[in-house]
Design a protein around this ligand. Sequence first.
Ligand SMILES: COc1cccc(CC(=N)NC(=O)c2cccnc2OC2CCNCC2)c1
Length: 389
Amino acid sequence: KRHKFWESQPVGQFKDLGDTSLPEGPIEPPTPLPEVKQEPYNLPSQYEWVTCDMDSKEMCDEVYNLLTANYVEDDENMFRFNYTKEFLQWALRPPGYYRSWHIGVRVKSSKKLVAFITGVPARIRVRETVVNMAEINFLCVHKKLRSKRLAPVMIKEVTRRVHLENIWQAAYTAGVVLPTPITTCQYWHRSLNPKKLIDVGFSRLGARMTMSRTIKLYKLPDQTATAGFRKMEPHDVPAVTRLLRNYLKQFIVSPDFDENDVEHWLLPKENVVDSFLVESPETHEITDFCSFYTLPSSILGCQNYSTLKAAYSYYNVSTRTPLNQLMNDALIMAKRKDFDVFNALDVMHNETFLKELKFGPGDGKLHYYLYNYRTRHMLRPSELGLVLL
Ligand SMILES: COc1cccc(CC(=N)NC(=O)c2cccnc2OC2CCNCC2)c1
């Protein structure tokens, strides 16, 4: 399948895959800032660019409504991501964010928001090199405007605005194969509310399984098992930052989080992100950490339910508590918070708990990409320490 647009971009090309003579690192050098295109790319004449100020309630509502009706669906078009407004405000306003990287496209006549793409700044380490990157996300074109080639010009425009801030690399994921993934992850699901998951068609009753047997199979205790397991609090930020930085060192690609980043991305925020840690009752040392973010999905075409409440595994660190026990406590907390399913990718050490804690494989893959940065080889998912929203 020809990738007309991507073959023109500084990304690893399929034809270069075997070529080990190509060094790891930037594919193209930075452009001198005065030479970066100063004016926005041209849109088809009936459309105009709009910078989406997520602090504005009206703008946030418009973005939410566009995504709720037009964003990513599963392969069988039974579910569509339903990011909440508070989640979008959290995801798009991390330390050092640029409002100009929250880009919308309006119809000039009706002023209707019909497309969206975003970037947020992130320091990402690749082996020993920390690179200032943009994390690109929420690329969405209204269903009625698909295959009008809007996506390429939106990608070029967000790239131009990122270049204006002297940033030359980016990280993004997609459910489709583009030139060229740095790794391809399998996603897994752990049922928390199997009856609802079967009712809405997310899961199927196993062969030779009754509903009551299935409910019993996925039943979880009411109480967590780990002594010292508790919700993360603001005063934990320095210790959690140390724990997480030390743990992420072992992966080839991972965020280079500082205390400001940890405060933003990992302090609990209701209906957005939950995080827990283990504080040793004897020494009061923080020895383990687990977290998950809240990303509901709309259930398309179902009478009884309209929303699937899903938790997505975020960053987890185990140095004293066995990872399986730590993650089982995370499942117990997710169940207590009325989540229907707990999702995870096979990144970092997740493989160990996926099998043990009754996760089932999903029916799709998530591919990770770097823009303008070549890695020597493709990574195994277990070498990746980066979770994007
Ligand atoms: C259950 O509702 C869905 C609604 C839309 C798509 C999918 C399947 C899917 N594409 N899932 C994932 O991409 C996925 C599965 C497990 C963990 N993280 C994931 O994606 C995250 C990270 C990338 N941006 C979307 C959220 C499921």
